[in-house]
Write a protein that binds this ligand. Sequence first.
Ligand code: T1G
Length: 711
Amino acid sequence: MATFKLIGRVGLLKISSPPVNALGLAVRKGIVDGIAQAEKAGAKALVLAGDGVTFPAGADIAEFATGGHRTQPTLGEVIERLDKASMPTVAAMHGTALGGGLEVALACHWRVMSKAAKCGLPEVHLGLLPGAGGTQRLPRLIGCAPAIKIMTSGAPLGAAEAAKLGLADEVVAAVDGEGVAEAAVGFAEALADGVDPSRVVSARPLEVEGGVEAFFGAAREGARKAAKGELAPLLIVDAVRAAAEAPSFEAGLSRESELFAQLAAGPEARALQHVFFAERQISKVVGVDAPPRPIESAAVIGAGTMGGGIAMCFANKGIPVTLVDKSPEALETRIGGIRAAYEANVAKGKLSEDKLGARMRCISTATSLDDPACSTADLYVEAVFERLELKKAIFKELDAIAKPGALLCTNTSTLDIDKIASATSRPQDVCGTHFFSPANIMPLLENVRGSASSGETLATVMAMGKKLGKKAVLAGNCFGFIGNRMIEGYCRESYFLLEEGCVPRDVDAPVRALGLAMGPLQMQDLAGIDIGYNIRKDQPDLYGPADRYPLLADRIAEAGRLGQKTKAGWYDYAAGRNPVDDPWVADFIEKFSAEQGVTRRAISAEEVLDRCMLPMVNEGFKCLEEGIAQRESDIDIVFLYGYGFPRRLGGPMHWARHIREGGLPKLAADLQRYGAEHPNGTYWTPSALLLEEAAVAAEAEAAPEPAAATA
Ligand code: T1G
């Protein structure tokens, strides 16, 4: 896990623990042994380097769940050993020196960094703070303000910026670990003998610009505003304040440890670490190990808003894409819209003129599918109106012109993939690619497997999603796939709550208080109330005998109030995009309730939240038991990246299991109680898997605590 060798008079300690040299127990032991070997060999200096792709990218996150990070030597002890090394130490940073990896480097006397490397302290993304001295050393090295910015943003720094801040002492041209290690050994060779005390970061004084109270008061307020309700950014500021106020470095360290332990034990850290691993699981397709086909060109059929956004996704990654529409005017309008979107980013300084030009050069147009620019594509995404017959006609045409092995994808959000695939002779090459709108901005992509989709097709479309920079989740073929299927009950209950006594804000406020970016009614105003209306009209069989029809939602649409696009929906938008309560809507709902013979009542925020969220979670368990979702954590990713669910809650499934009071046992009981009181739809019928999981959780809760191990 760490090998030591003497090169001339310089010791080289190479850490090797693929894939990212995480600082797990074996690595920590290797470093301590390596330092001892260097001292025993009388090395003039010691270089720490990473084998493979990177310098250590942090503590081993997987250890937190088991408490393994507390097994000695802890990272703090390793770093303290470095701090007290009897010879100059040099960190040779390449790849991504992150978290505990950078904290190790901060405890070294010198830092040599590859020009291509990045470094940073991203613990905040895990609900943590740098717990191995980072909050105490970084401010001493570069000052409190830049240190707080680096730790609360968690953003990585490039080598130039690191050098400018004084974080990197030498930037070298080498990019790979070998080259950077060699350069660092040369750097160490040239060092004077012995440790220069000024290089010991922990011994450096810490100045605070403008006085402690004023500086940290402002810093904490700034962190609170940016934190989106998360605790870690605030405690990072507190830890840096301890560095400024504590009577000694050691006292500051112990305060850092207290704050780290507080975060590590909290629900937020558990949720954010769940998200970290969940994001890395989505690309793994269970039971498929076929290699993906290369996608070097694409064609998007339909120059509407979605088609334009999807074309941009390919152009943004330099993949040539042909936008196809039989209307030259539609093509012209869309290309103009795409250019304008890029120009807006140039104006904001987010895109260079060169990049704008490169992206526009990636996009060509065609007015027919058999145009050579279109018929040679590796992959097609159909993005025309949500009409089954129209899509089938297009797939029939695509089947006739596309080359063998080309992927035929549909951007449908509600139609049956198998019915679309039935229009072709190659259903094995057909799948769904449900881009969330706006396609060039929203990170979520639901790839939908048809019953005939081949393993290679699935591997290819998942690899494509990753190449486009999307969070691509694989879904099975059902109405609404994963996300829209799960919000069906969430939305329908919102209408019934209005009918029974709420006004829109009564429904949205508890959901926003949970942390979602917006509640169900505001979300519908954003997307357009006509979308649900058209689906209900086009697919009446969506509502079975057990499903109470949401007549109120039809009525508001038929009143011409479609949401933001008509400046009025469940809220008033005459003044802009912010929802304003509209007395007309309250009156409209009250009249509807009277017409339905419903006596309106005050409904608690708790009932509102339960009746929105419980159907969502229940449907999630049904997606799992039907194989529509591969894993619970995939469902969480859908909601984090498609519906603004707060990361600090981990996603609806993590929230239901680990954060909502009473966990799954109480959730299952509440679901059955509400379902009995309001039998509005099959989304109240408990999932068998949910009941099973709730029983397992109840049993685990009732099991006696394991007896403490005797000495
Ligand atoms: N611990 C354990 N596993 C890790 C890991 C880590 N720190 N980082 C990555 N992995 C696994 C990951 O799960 C995946 O596994 C594989 O490595 C490749 O990752 C005390 C408390 C380094 C930029 O937060 O940002 O130090 O799915 O797909 O896209 O103060 O990984 O293959 O089985 O992401 O090339 C702080 C987290 C930790 C960095 C590489 N460090 N990692 O990206 O590969 S807390 C971090 C990343 C800490 C101290 C604190 C990225 C990456 P699998 P990948 P990538």
